[in-house]
Write a protein that binds this ligand. Structure first.
Ligand code: PRX
Length: 585
């Protein structure tokens, strides 16, 4: 076996693997066959929530859909039948509140049952479901709630008090705030409603309106290098790719206990934290608590997790705690471990094999793609360091752009931009309200991902880096522009440039460079003040961890700050002769 490959053993498959022959599966695959599998004969209804919940509740209402742990590892199950009733109740509640199909329902919640109720109930009512990250500060929340024009927000009392109450006057569209932790009949706050109390009065039956494949369903905000965050919209038909990838990439089925550790505020939390795995009928393990090494191993062991989807930052933290610790736990139920969101180093793949008895399978996708597009499949040999091969039904290529055109590069091992042949069912259908920005993502029938990669002669893709200034910190995508704007609010700041600084655990950390106005001293007091200001406005997950003062920042002739040079400097690369650079950087 070549060193660069981890081969699968027959013993890895207590049940037959879903894709024994990759090439054959690609050749035979059609989206039409997936559509037929998920819909009744002659009925084109593709409502995501019906496919994820009601289809399984109809077959076996008792099967656990959610298994919720608490701080003390006590568990409570919610069956598919109960989830059907609760999500029907939420859809009915939206109707009673006068919320129309197509209107945005946002959540600002951790992994608690109300999140699943709200997300799936919104989809039943044909609303647009928009999750928000609880570690965001007031500024990113205000921007996203405004851009979305959110009608309803579901959150908790502490989150409301800390982050939303002061924004309410800026959010005229936001008609209803539902609090997941307020008691029935108890008016927690005059301008909020108690979710559980209202659910108790709701109808447990709900007739889901027939839902076409192109009906908008999901709204996830993602960052750009300039301008406001972009709201990527997926339609109900995305469930076809979410289901197919949950089967082929995560190998999920009705017998599985699946744990996705992604935060519910980002796209992985919706697609593989809710929709994809439920559509396969598996049981989701939910842990509302933050990361802690021993806690995670204990959950894997006690809940007999069979399939685990996590991220490189967490894997690196587990590695740092040592493989001996992992071996103290009985992880024999774990048959598949997969990773997403950032580059997975080959050492991490191999460490998984040594410490957990399972190598990590890397998978690649984006908010815009709506589902995993490239993966190391459970039934195939892994190439450590590679993202894997395209999902059957998806065509990926390395392209070179020339002006408004993009051409696929047939030669293997050539670096270029990763592109996907448009369309596929979970492809984003819009950036909310931004037609031009959306159109700019496509050329000659390709969706251009903005990632740099190469493809080897066997068709495996290798991540090279991002082609833009976006920062990936602990798996979260941060736009430098949002951070720079908040720093610029301070009266002492003349210029700000924000970049990702390489970090052994988080992948990158957010680092700010600041040039001050005349009369301000770049001393420790001001450095702390600026970091504190950014933290209050943006939240801990987005604010810079480091800040350095400079006399001036490198700029193009037209005055644009060249983050690329600041980044190169962080990596210890020479800055070169700035005078020769023009706007092309
Ligand atoms: O740069 C790629 C990186 O994460 C970006 C997408 O981030 P986001 O839209 O927040 O989507 C999160 C859902 C995955 C990609 O453009 N990325 C994602 N997966 C990988 C990755 N980089 C390297 N290897 C991966 N497996």
């Amino acid at each position: 076996m070549p060193r660069s490959q981890i081969a699968k053993h027959p013993a890895d498959f207590p049940v037959p693997p879903k894709m024994p022959d990759y090439e054959r599966a690609r050749a035979d695959f059609t989206w039409e066959a997936v559509r037929r599998e998920l819909t009744d004969e002659g009925c084109a209804d593709l409502n995501m929530a019906r496919i994820a919940v009601d289809r399984h509740a109809d077959a076996n209402a008792e099967r656990p859909a959610l298994r919720v742990t608490d701080r003390h590892f006590r568990v409570e199950d919610l069956s598919y039948g109960e989830l059907r009733a609760r999500t029907n109740g939420f859809a009915d509640l939206l109707c009673r509140l006068g919320v129309q199909p197509g209107e945005v329902v946002a959540t600002l919640l951790g992994r608690i049952p109300a999140l699943y109720t709200a997300a799936l109930g919104t989809l039943k009512n044909q609303g647009l479901y928009c999750p928000l990250f609880t570690a965001f500060g007031p500024e990113p929340l205000r921007q996203r709630l405004q851009l979305a024009g959110a009608r309803v927000l579901v959150t908790t009392l502490p989150l409301y008090r800390r982050k939303i109450a002061s924004l309410r006057k800026d959010l005229p569209h936001l008609k209803h705030v539902l609090l997941a932790d307020a008691d029935a009949g108890h008016d927690a706050l005059p301008d909020c409603l108690p979710l559980e109390g209202l659910l108790a009065e709701s109808d447990r039956e709900f007739a889901i309106p027939p839902t076409a494949e192109e009906t908008p369903a999901l709204l996830h905000f993602t960052s750009g290098t300039t301008g406001q965050p972009k709201g990527a919209v997926q339609s109900h038909g995305a469930i076809l790719a979410q289901y197919a990838s949950s089967r082929l990439v995560l190998d999920l089925g009705t017998e599985d206990r699946f744990w996705c550790t992604a935060d519910p505020g980002w796209v992985t939390g919706t697609v593989y934290g809710i929709l994809g795995p439920l559509s396969t009928g598996s049981t989701l393990i939910l842990d509302p608590e933050p990361f802690e090494v021993r806690r995670w191993y204990r959950i894997l062991e006690a809940e007999r997790v069979s399939v685990w989807y996590t991220a490189p930052t967490a894997i690196r933290m587990l590695m740092r705690a040592g493989s001996a610790l992992a071996r103290e736990y009985d992880l024999s139920a774990l048959r598949l471990a997969a990773s997403v969101g950032e580059p997975l180093n080959p050492e991490a793949v191999v460490w998984g094999e040594e410490a957990l008895g399972r190598p990590f399978h890397d998978t690649w996708w984006q908010t815009e793609t709506g589902a995993v597009m490239i993966a190391n499949y459970p039934s195939q040999d892994i190439r450590p360091g590679s993202m894997g091969r395209p999902l059957p039904g998806v065509e990926a290529a390395i392209v070179h752009r020339r002006g408004a055109h993009a051409a696929a590069v047939p030669e293997p091992d050539t670096e270029g931009e990763l592109a996907l042949r448009s369309p596929w069912p979970s492809m984003f259908r819009a950036y909310l309200g931004e037609t031009r920005r959306y159109a700019a993502c496509f050329a000659d029938g390709w969706y251009l991902t903005g990632d740099l990669a190469r493809r080897d002669a066997d068709g495996y893709f290798w991540f090279v880096g991002r082609g833009d200034d976006l920062i990936k910190t602990s798996g979260h995508l941060i736009g430098p522009f949002e951070v720079e704007n908040v720093l610029m609010e301070h009266r002492g700041v003349a210029e700000a440039g924000v970049v990702g600084k390489p970090d052994p655990i988080a992948g990158q950390v957010v680092k700010a460079f600041v040039a001050l106005r005349k009369g301000f001293d770049g001393d420790e007091g001001l450095r702390r003040e600026l970091l504190g200001h950014a933290r209050r406005r943006l939240g801990a997950a987005v604010a810079p961890k480091e800040l350095e003062f400079r006399q001036s920042l490198p700029k193009t002739r037209s005055g644009k700050i060249m983050r690329r040079l600041l980044r190169a400097e962080e990596k210890g690369e020479p800055m070169g002769d700035l005078s020769s650079l023009d706007d092309s950087g």
